[in-house]
Design a protein around this ligand. Structure first.
Ligand SMILES: Cc1cc2nc3c(=O)[nH]c(=O)nc-3n(C[C@H](O)[C@H](O)[C@H](O)COP(=O)(O)OP(=O)(O)OC[C@H]3O[C@@H](n4cnc5c(N)ncnc54)[C@H](O)[C@@H]3O)c2cc1C
Length: 498
């Protein structure tokens, strides 16, 4: 019997679910609250696509190598179409220090470490166009899920379908499985919780706000050449920054500001301040030079960034049957790590495996939740640890006279004078670290291998003077200098020492 799958949301997770489930004899219907993309191609999608359901649509996005690998292995025609349309591949050698790059010879497996990047509207437009042409997929646009149809006579309850609103009328659609890919804002999970389904949740703040501005290169200009300028991404503690090369002459810049930096948070949304910040950061100066590129549109700001993990079978007991959450509806992550879309794609693959392997609804959910925990949780936990330490660092920057503990100082030195230097000197270690970054290996496994740890310790032991040539250029000014350059009050958010 053909299974009917209803997918709530045709964002990245909904589309990834369709890519994973297609071709296995199931009938897939995606309900999407927003209208389809406007006519007029990729630029029209960027400027005019109304996407009230995805408020972060116009923030910088890149797909990690793990997601690219899934596309390459399972949907090579889609990957080819992305590249034909101008989506960029950023290869491994782009992250190498000048010293490593000078002697670098590509190994075949280095192509597994390629990122893909473009305006997110471009990625989504192209993936959607591909998905809706699949013979077993239907996308119903303008269809707002209003409620799940729940059978409360079973234990646990079973989801039987979705009630949605379209053009002012309500319709019911029934299915064997409902996939909730409605992102941060969708309400299906909340309906279940309000009705008493035992769904558990953990949440922590990401500790930052995101500010993105798009730029377009002038007709006769090219992107700054890699290696000729300081890196286009960096972390000053009180500010993180990154350039995202885009498609068709576009790129975007994202500045991430700690939540505690209230003065900067207020100011940076002003286009002239955003531009002035970029012109104080050596890695961004060549990109936003008015001779090279012009800004497009406003500064997009986004707060309330959280990491959230929902548990749909707490302690192995399914909370509800025939309902599978995927993407941000299941796990939200700090955008800085660029992992959300890869998490969604991995979950789509896991869902297919579990649906294929089991017919019993409870077994399916237990297997799915277990698979996600195994595949994603190590990265999630590693991210929480890093976020907690970044939050502390940002607070310390606002505490005059703050002194780190001895342990804190040693750890800082190990990271900055050991790990960071090793990654700029030792190609094999850099390959290991990037495999972890791209979620091809567990997050810390490379550093836990005794041989690798010894090599890092060796670089650390050489000391700062011997390693001097391997330190990266300073990514930007001190906090007080940056604020002074912007005409902002650097003392406004200072707090008394504890
Ligand atoms: C600022 C920012 C930057 C990010 N950068 C990156 C990055 O560089 N790389 C990366 O991998 N990840 C990144 N992420 C994370 C990534 O964007 C998300 O993980 C991803 O969008 C999740 O996809 P989703 O489909 O679950 O949710 P969404 O993309 O939010 O899509 C949800 C879809 O469901 C629809 N919908 C919602 N409610 C309903 C309803 N009731 N009925 C019908 N349809 C509904 C919405 O319209 C939308 O189309 C970033 C996140 C943020 C916030």
């Amino acid at each position: 019997m053909t299974e009917r799958v209803i997918i709530i949301g045709a964002g990245i997770a909904g589309l990834c679910t369709a890519l994973s489930l297609t071709g296995a004899g199931r009938q897939l219907t995606l309900l999407e609250r927003d209208p389809p993309p406007p006519e007029g191609g990729l630029d029209a999608a960027f400027h005019d696509w109304r996407r009230g359901g995805v408020t972060h649509l116009r923030h910088s996005h890149a797909f990690l190598a793990r997601l690219r690998g899934i596309l390459k292995a399972r949907h090579p025609r889609l990957l080819a179409r992305l590249l034909d349309a101008g989506v960029r591949e950023l290869p491994f050698d782009g992250v190498l220090s000048p010293q490593l790059k000078a002697t670098y010879t590509p190994a075949p497996e280095d192509s597994d470490l390629t990122i893909i990047t473009s305006r997110r509207t471009t990625l989504e437009w192209l993936i959607r166009d591909y998905v809706q042409a699949l013979p077993d997929v239907e996308i119903i646009a303008g269809a707002m899920m209003r409620s799940l149809i729940i059978d409360e006579k079973t234990t646990p309850w079973s989801v039987r379908g979705v009630r949605y609103e379209r053009d002012g009328a309500h319709e019911d659609i029934r299915g064997d499985i409902v996939v909730d890919a409605s992102g941060r804002l969708g309400g299906a999970r909340d309906q279940l919780i309000a009705a008493g389904a035992p769904i558990a949740c953990e949440s922590e703040p990401a500790g930052i706000l995101y500010y993105t501005r798009h730029y377009r290169l002038h007709a006769n200009q090219e992107e700054p050449r890699r290696g000729e300028h300081p890196p286009g991404n960096g972390d000053l503690g009180f500010l993180k920054f990154g350039v995202f090369p885009g498609d068709n002459g576009c790129f975007s810049i994202t500045l991430a500001v700690p939540e505690v930096e209230l003065e900067m948070r207020k100011a940076i949304v002003r286009p002239e301040i955003f531009q002035a910040v970029t012109q104080q950061l050596p890695g961004l100066i060549p990109w936003t030079d008015p001779e090279r590129a012009e800004p497009v549109g406003k500064v997009y700001a986004m707060g309330d960034l959280k990491s959230i993990w929902w548990e749909f079978a707490p302690n192995g007991a399914p909370a509800v049957l025939n309902y599978f959450a995927l993407g941000d509806a299941h796990v939200r992550t700090n955008p800085l790590y660029g992992r959300g879309c890869s998490f969604a794609a991995i979950a789509g693959e896991a869902l297919r495996d579990c649906l294929d392997a089991h017919t019993d609804p409870a077994q399916r959910l237990i297997a799915y939740e277990r698979a996600l925990r195994a595949a994603l949780r190590p990265f999630y936990d590693n991210m929480l640890q890093q976020d907690r330490s970044a939050i502390r660092r940002a607070e310390h920057a606002l505490t005059p006279g703050h002194k780190s503990s001895l342990r804190g100082r040693i750890l800082k030195s190990f990271v900055e004078d050991g790990v960071a230097i090793a990654l700029r000197r030792d190609l094999a270690l850099m390959r290991h670290a990037m495999r972890a970054f791209h979620m091809l290996d567990p997050p810390d496994a490379w550093l836990k291998q005794p041989a690798n740890l010894l090599r890092v310790a060796g670089h650390w032991a050489r000391g700062r003077r011997a390693n001097a040539a391997f330190y990266p250029p300073k990514p930007g000014p001190e906090r007080a200098d940056l604020f002074a350059g912007l005409g902002l009050d650097a003392a406004a958010d200072l707090r008394p020492a504890a």
